[in-house]
Ligand binder design. Structure first.
Ligand code: FEO
Ligand code: CA
Ligand code: CA
Ligand code: CA
Length: 649
């Protein structure tokens, strides 16, 4: 303690001992943001949500409806767990649908083993690693599951790079073109037909003509304002309109016209340099803002695949970081990078058709102090109509939150930003900084409530919020925007996260103004004090940290998935493994529905078309889950059904 005191600057010491009056004012803002008198108590304002709660999920659940007295959910909540398996409530059953390495085509059957992690030859014919966002599309009665594989744990995919096999300095760092190709093949997107047998068991339909792997090498069309721009031109593609691969596919989205949206998040990590970084000022500034450097995340692609070597190909990173549209119904279709929706570390893409038919897509940029965005199409959607330009022509906005519980979507126009449309599409973060977007605590998934005109965003955590540098200045994002505490991000050193909700004015998702509140501030009521204990709807029985994945089902239930600290110790004591909770948008009640195996993140959620099965992603499990007996842990998709065959979403 003494040492710490000696390290405090005068300003820090002063702030600790004599907090400034504005801090107290700010506390009142926070109190208002999470007040029960706000949206949560607003049954008048949110009455439509109350009316539809219970249509699908609750109806016909008589056997289970009474299971948890006082709750509107038809299940008995699951206690926090620390073991190496999945838990769901009594009356529900889970099983594994597919694991990393499972074959999509019969030629790859039996290829995967713990010893090899599968062969490079079959690596684009199996289910990829680290499952994340996913959506189901019903095409002519066939269920197609489209799933992201976000990244690879190189040391388990390529066991010859594991600890003890190679020296510490080489652990997990690819050492050959084959290593690189295998990792490139095991990421991206999988399209696969799935089917349920007469006993209710789901499985992948091996060799379905719909089955497809989209990898780091699949040809993509580039669309929108950035297409053809000199900054997207490379030696291999002088037109700047065709690129290879989609990267770090994190969350998902779906369009009203039945296509899949995959969201390129930490694309920067795949690039590296064999020599100098580019000297060009514009390029260098972009690299700095997006985190492109000599080594990336040690994928070492650049040593064996020159496309990823920015010394040779400085524009290649400008061709990643977008929303990519995929037509799952046509295995020969070329995915399209929709640059109009901006270039940043895209988490997911939550779309909704506004009352007037315009298509609105909400998006978050998951990095400390980065921003939230909204796309509004120029044209309108009509079922069966032409949808080709709905994600090309329109307006991109960024969110500004005010302390008075209102906010606005500020248009990223050339006039407002001083940048032309192509530069806004390529350096979207810079454009948003120029208009004073609100720095957020890492926007993860956004979900639109289908039963009320409102949307939610998981702000997962931000350990640097409100934290000062040694010189006393406040920490900033990579663009220099200060991460001072602000109304929707009210906690310094925010290790728990919160969920912000907004309601567009005039019940219109195209509106440029909105009201907002905090649906929940995660926290620990056992060990945390003040705001760190969490909001009133957090208690010792449902506490969690780092909300991340999120979907809202047809009944308006908010499904919240976590990607946080699962140590179950210290400030996280009592939270257990990462998990999935159900939230009531009207009452604010939150109950734990599922716990993941130790070490895992629970991410990705979708439902069968009959809503009687939910599919849940289990990413980077620890131990030997799901195969046991010392096997390699494998990222998997599980499915959950009700024993009485009832609806689950
Ligand atoms: Fe891939 Fe921000 O999670
Ligand atoms: Ca995530
Ligand atoms: Ca996360
Ligand atoms: Ca994650």
């Amino acid at each position: 303690m003494k040492d710490m005191d000696q390290k405090l600057t005068f300003d820090e010491w002063d702030e600790l001992n004599f907090p400034r009056p504005e801090v107290q004012d700010f506390d009142r803002v926070v109190e208002r943001a999470i007040s029960r008198r706000g949206f949560l108590g607003g049954t008048l304002a949110f009455g439509s949500g109350a009316a539809v709660m219970g249509t699908a999920f609750l109806k016909g659940s008589t056997a289970l409806a009474d299971a948890h007295a006082g709750s509107r959910f038809p299940f008995t909540p699951v206690a926090a767990q620390t073991d190496n398996t999945v838990h769901v409530p009594d009356g529900y059953t889970w099983d594994v649908l597919v694991r990393w390495g499972d074959p999509l085509f019969s030629e790859a059957a039996g290829d995967w083993s713990s010893e090899t992690g599968g062969t490079v030859e079959m690596s684009d014919k199996v289910f990829g690693e680290n499952t994340d966002g996913m959506e189901i599309f019903n095409v002519g009665g066939t269920e197609l599951l489209v799933v992201n594989s976000e990244y690879t744990n190189n040391d388990i995919n390529v066991p010859e790079l594991a600890a003890g096999v190679v020296g510490e300095d080489l652990e997990g760092i690819p050492q050959s073109a084959d290593h690189v190709l295998k990792l490139q093949n095991l990421q991206g997107v999988t399209v696969m037909e799935i089917a349920q047998d007469s006993a209710g068991a789901w499985s992948v339909v091996v060799d379905s003509p719909y089955n497809r792997r989209i990898t780091h090498n699949t040809p993509m069309q580039i669309d929108g304002p950035a297409a053809g721009h000199p900054l997207l031109q490379t030696a291999a593609d002088p037109t700047g309109t065709m690129s290879l691969g989609t990267f770090n596919n994190c969350g998902s989205g779906r369009t009203p016209w039945g296509t899949y949206l995959t969201c390129e998040e930490n694309f920067n990590g795949y690039f590296g340099a064999t020599g100098e970084l580019p000297a060009d000022e514009v390029i260098a500034a972009g690299y700095q803002r997006y985190g492109i450097n000599e080594t990336g995340f040690d994928y070492n692609y650049h040593s064996f695949d020159p496309r990823f070597d920015v010394t040779v190909n400085p524009n290649e990173p400008h061709r990643a970081g977008y929303i990519v549209e995929i037509d799952p119904s046509d295995p020969s279709s070329t995915p399209i990078k929709r640059t109009a929706l901006g270039r940043f570390k895209h988490e997911n893409a939550a779309s909704v058709v506004a009352a007037n038919g315009q298509v609105v897509v909400y998006m978050g940029d998951d990095e400390r102090g980065e921003f939230m965005y909204k796309w509004v199409s120029s044209g309108t959607y009509t079922p069966g109509g032409d949808t080709a330009t709905l994600l090309t022509e329109g307006q991109l906005y960024t969110a500004v939150f005010h302390d008075d519980m209102t906010g606005e979507w500020v248009a990223l126009t050339p006039e407002a930003t001083g940048m032309d449309e192509a530069m806004i599409a390529i350096f979207t973060r810079t454009a948003a900084s120029a208009v004073g977007a609100t720095t957020m605590d890492r926007p993860e998934w956004i979900a639109v409530n289908p039963t009320a005109v409102e949307a939610y965003c998981c702000l997962t955590n931000n350990s640097r919020r409100g934290v000062t540098n040694d010189d006393g200045s406040i920490r900033t994002n990579a663009g220099g925007d200060a991460m001072s505490v602000n109304a929707p991000n009210p906690r310094e050193t925010n290790n728990y996260g919160q969920i912000v909700r907004w309601r567009p004015h005039q019940d219109d998702h195209t509106a440029t103004t909105f009201d907002w509140d905090l649906y929940v501030m995660a926290g620990n009521p056992d060990v945390g004090e003040g705001a760190y204990a969490g909001s009133a709807n957090v208690n010792p029985g449902n506490m969690f940290n780092s909300p991340d994945g999120m979907q809202i089902d047809t009944a308006g239930i908010i499904w919240i998935q976590t990607d946080g600290d699962d140590s179950n110790e210290g400030e996280y004591a009592g939270m257990g493994n990462n998990q999935m909770l159900a939230g009531d948008p009207v009452s604010g009640e939150i109950q734990r529905f599922l716990t993941g195996p130790s070490g895992s993140e629970v991410t990705g959620l979708t439902w069968s078309s009959d809503r009687r099965t939910m599919f849940v992603g289990i990413q980077h499990p620890g131990g030997d889950w799901p195969d046991g007996n010392g096997a390699t842990p494998r990222s998997s998709i599980i499915y959950v059904t009700r024993d009485d065959g009832g609806l689950v979403g």
